[in-house]
Design a protein around this ligand. Structure first.
Ligand code: ARG
Length: 259
C-alpha cells in the first residue's frame, strides 16, 4: 500500500513536471533565434525594387510589401540581391525562401515554382529614342534591334518579333543605356517601370510608343512544393489588402489608391 502511494506520488510529480515543462518550452521559444524569411529580388526595377543611391538599402513597392507580409507572418525579412534569371533556380535549390521581383505569373513559371495570388496588374510597353519617328508600335520592330532584361516576359516578347535581333541584358539599367547609346532601336519592359524611368529624367532621351500590351499579374514566388509558405503569404497578402496597409504602400509608390 505504501509502495503504491509512493508510486502514485511519483506519477503525480511527473505530470506536474510535464506541465511546467510547457512553460520551459515557451521560454525556449522566446530565446530561440527569430524566424528569418530569406527573400531575393533583382533591384533594377524601380519603383518596385531599387537600390537607394549610396546605400545598399533596397526600396520600392515590392520591398515594402514583402516586409509587411513578413511582419504579419512573424518573420524577420532579409532581402538579397541577385540576377533576375537566378531567382527561380535559387528558390528550387532552397537558397532562398521567397522571390519578389515584379515577377509576372506565367504558365511556365507556375510549372517551375509556387506563385502567390496576384498583387499588381502590369503590362509590357515599347520604349524608343525620343526622336525616333519610324517606330510607332511593336509592329514596327520587325528586323530591328531590341534590348530586354534576361529571363523576363519582355525578353520573350522581343523574341516573338519577326527577324528581331534581341540582346538580353542582366539589368534594366544596361538595356536603357544601350538605347541611349544607339546600340538598340527599342527596349521592351514593364510599363510602370518604363514610366518611372521616363519620369525620373529618362524622357530627356526616350519615349514610349504604342499601347501597353496584354495585362500581366505580378506574383510572389516560393519553392514549387512549399505550399505552407505560399498559403501563409496569400493569407498575409489578403489581410494587408483588407486592413488598408496594401493601399497605404500602393499610395507611397504610385501616388493614388488603385480602384
Ligand atoms: N514582369 C516581368 C517578368 O516577370 C519583368 C520583371 C523584372 N523584374 C525585376 N525585378 N527586374 O518577366
Amino acid at each position: 500500500m505504501k509502495k503504491l502511494l509512493v508510486f502514485m506520488m511519483a506519477a503525480l510529480m511527473l505530470v506536474a513536471l510535464a506541465v511546467t515543462g510547457c512553460g520551459g518550452e515557451e521560454k525556449k521559444a522566446a530565446e530561440a533565434p527569430e524566424k528569418v524569411l530569406r527573400v531575393a529580388t533583382e533591384p533594377t526595377f524601380a519603383p518596385f525594387e531599387f537600390q537607394e543611391e549610396g546605400s545598399d538599402k533596397l526600396s520600392g513597392f515590392d520591398m515594402d510589401l514583402i516586409r509587411a507580409i513578413g511582419a504579419k507572418m512573424g518573420y524577420k525579412v532579409e532581402i538579397a540581391n541577385m540576377g533576375f534569371d537566378a531567382l527561380i533556380p535559387a528558390l528550387n535549390t532552397g537558397n532562398i525562401d521567397v522571390a519578389i521581383a515584379g515577377m509576372s505569373i506565367t504558365d511556365e513559371r507556375k510549372q517551375a515554382v509556387g506563385m502567390s495570388d496576384p498583387y499588381y496588374t502590369s503590362g509590357l510597353i515599347v520604349m524608343v529614342q525620343k526622336d525616333n519617328n519610324d517606330i510607332k508600335s511593336i509592329e514596327d520592330l520587325k528586323g530591328k534591334r531590341i534590348a530586354a532584361q534576361i529571363g523576363t516576359t519582355g525578353a520573350a516578347k522581343a523574341h516573338s518579333v519577326e527577324g528581331a535581333v534581341v540582346t538580353e541584358f542582366n539589368t534594366n539599367t544596361e538595356s536603357a543605356m544601350e538605347l541611349t547609346n544607339g546600340g538598340v532601336d527599342a527596349v521592351i519592359n514593364d510599363s510602370p517601370v518604363i514610366g518611372y524611368y521616363l519620369a525620373q529624367g529618362g524622357s530627356e532621351v526616350a519615349k514610349t510608343v504604342g499601347d501597353v500590351m496584354e495585362a500581366e499579374q505580378y506574383g510572389i514566388a516560393v519553392k514549387k512544393d512549399n505550399t505552407k509558405l505560399l498559403e501563409d503569404i496569400n493569407k498575409a497578402l489578403a489581410e494587408l489588402k483588407k486592413d488598408g496597409e496594401y493601399d497605404k504602400i500602393y499610395k507611397t509608390w504610385f501616388g493614388e489608391v488603385k480602384k
